[in-house]
Write a protein of this length. Sequence first.
Length: 256
Amino acid sequence: MERLPTGVRGLDELIEGGIPKGFTVVAVGEPGTGKTVFSIQFTATGLARGEKCIYVTTEESRESIINQAARLGFDFEDALRKGSLVIIDALMWEYGDVWSIKELDVEELISKVIEAKKYLGPGHTRLVVDSMSAFWLDKPVMARKYSYMLKRGLAKWDLTIVATAQYAVTSALGFGFGVEHVADGILRFRKAIISGVLKKLLIIEKMRQTNHDRRVFEIEVRDGEGLVIVKPIEISGDALRRLSPSPYFEEGEVRF
């Protein structure tokens, strides 16, 4: 089975070398946990390997994604000029911008992704949708149906998909459940206050056809490098039950 490296230092060895080619993987979590950074890094790694990439942004502008990538050390502007990357802006629609979406509609999204895939030409392509939650903000009950529509509608286009989904700050639960059910893999991004310090955490909850690691890991975002796995942590039983929705831990509850 061919696997695609994520580019996240320390992650690929936890999932037998990378994400299986053709999979749909979701990165879920509250705001500020590293989902967009992961998505940018997954895209940049593909570009560095000579792969074609499509990045759909629904909650930030195209310019914002380009700027974030630059801060992490990735030149998305160069990839756009060379025609190896398409960034579809689903937030800032402008007349005459062929790579933008006027309405947050899943069918329009699928159509635009297929158009981008044809533009990039034959061969495998990495696709990021950041985030899917924007498509069901006012109708969370539709989350599973829309996620299924996306996976089915793009199944024959030789894509490996990373999609993000927002979880609520107050409950750490999804704005509509469903994206996890259709996904081949789930990366759960979390954050917690541990002994007075904000920490980002990652759990590999699911990866089909993969003997993946099941520990909780501390992660960091570093300028010029991106997301990195720092180390595994141990959380006591009582503290683990509080990971949602009140992620505040005291000395002795967490071991590094």
